[in-house]
Design a protein around this ligand. Structure first.
Ligand code: PLP
Length: 386
């Protein structure tokens, strides 16, 4: 994707541009159609209908029923709600006080779990193998009847590695624990079905699938009870108060409709082929693909080039108009600034510091990838000479 400023954008895992169709769907709700969905008059009721239409589209993308979808401000709030909600429920009902999470979760999961320590909850990390895939044997060993919740993301934001979510959920459920899947990097990018994944909660975020920032949703499986995190006027059937962000919710609904249409046309395969071509070409420069041995979402490529610092490479590419990233936009750096994900995959410090993430999406063409590859190649060579 090249925009008016001649920037080659290759940081789709950090955020995506708003799709033209999404902008068109949102526009009336930013201007002339401004009713409050809680109002009983016509203007309010048309806004309510728009929100409910978006709920139907969002549910359809993940194989859920509309009444299992709750709109939130994004992936962070969704996961926080599931985690803290489960903990609050457990405090009043049982003695389950352990939370098991994969070592490569996003900070919105890791930090939310850690925040529960003063209430007596202990968070334990499940290790991953060298490809970045959760070790099922380790999960099985640690899972016991005192576990309240297990969280394993669907696709990792730094490497794109896809986790064996259904197997993890089965292990959690066998001990009576609930299961959260952070689907922020997978929803809209690969087919996602909450029944096949067997999760009780699934978080998703608008800005990773061409809808605006600041909107997302939490899927809560029918029959699972979780108290609200945000109290007030009782919107979202009493579970998430606050006047609905109608325009953004409509945008999310349209983005979900669009993603479903594009997935059925095989857009994921087109993007994967572009990514694979780019990967093969860049590997000739000498380096490794982090997570390369595992199944990955189509648009994400994490590479460590030999004898190149990731940050210098990212800055150099930026000078030439190519936006790539080191790790993730909201990386949970260690003291030395390296990614907790790459460390969990046992990369050496040098490899972890050398990592860059290149992520492409629906507007990326073959020509963009070619141009991008040439610039990255030039930058790797000059970074090595420097
Ligand atoms: N989970 C993952 C895997 C992410 O990549 C992100 C964003 O980078 C989030 C959660 C947070 O989502 P949001 O930005 O909507 O709060």
């Amino acid at each position: 994707m090249i925009n008016e400023n001649k920037i080659l954008y290759a940081d789709w895992a950090a955020t995506t541009p708003i799709a033209a169709e999404v902008r068109c769907a949102m526009e009336p709700w930013l201007w002339r159609r401004f009713g409050n969905p809680s109002s009983l008059h016509g203007a309010g009721q048309e806004a309510k209908e728009a929100v409910e239409g978006a709920r139907v589209e969002t549910a359809a993308l993940i194989g859920a029923s509309p009444e299992e979808v709750f709109f939130t401000s994004g992936g962070t709030e969704s996961s926080n709600w599931a985690i803290k909600g489960c903990a609050m429920d457990a405090l009043s009902k049982n003695s389950r006080r352990r939370i098991l999470v994969s070592a490569v979760e996003h900070p919105s999961v890791l930090r939310a779990c850690e925040a529960l320590a003063p209430l007596g909850f202990r968070t334990e990390l499940i290790p991953v193998d060298e490809r970045g895939v959760v070790r099922l044997d380790a999960l099985r060993d640690r899972m016991r009847e005192d576990c309240v919740l297990c969280a394993v993301m669907h696709a990792n934001n730094e490497t794109g590695v896809i986790q064996p979510v259904a197997e993890c959920a089965r292990i959690a459920h066998a001990s009576g624990a609930l299961f959260l899947c952070d689907g922020v990097q997978s929803v809209g990018h690969i087919p996602v079905d909450v029944t096949a994944l067997d999760c009780d909660f699934l978080s998703l975020s608008g800005h990773k699938l061409c809808a605006p920032k600041g909107v997302g949703a939490l899927y809560i499986r029918k029959g699972v009870s979780v108290p609200p995190l945000i109290h007030g006027g009782g919107q979202e059937r009493g579970f998430r108060s606050g006047t609905e962000n109608v325009a953004s919710v409509v945008g999310l609904g349209e983005a979900c409709r669009l993603a479903r249409e594009e997935l059925s046309r095989g857009e994921d395969k087109r993007i994967a082929a572009l990514r694979d071509g780019l990967e093969t070409r860049l590997l000739t420069l000498g380096g490794r693909v982090n997570g390369g041995g595992a199944e990955r979402v189509p648009g994400t490529l994490n590479l460590s080039f030999r004898r190149v610092g990731g940050e210098s490479l990212m800055l150099l590419c930026d000078l030439y108009g190519v936006c790539i990233s080191t790790g993730s936009a909201c990386s949970l750096g260690h003291g030395d600034g390296t990614s907790h994900v790459l460390r969990a995959m046992k990369l050496s410090e040098e490899e972890a510091k050398g990592a860059v993430r290149i992520s492409i999406g629906r507007e990326t063409t073959e020509a963009c990838v070619r141009e991008m590859a040439e610039i990255v190649e030039r930058c790797v060579c000059s970074a090595r000479e420097a």
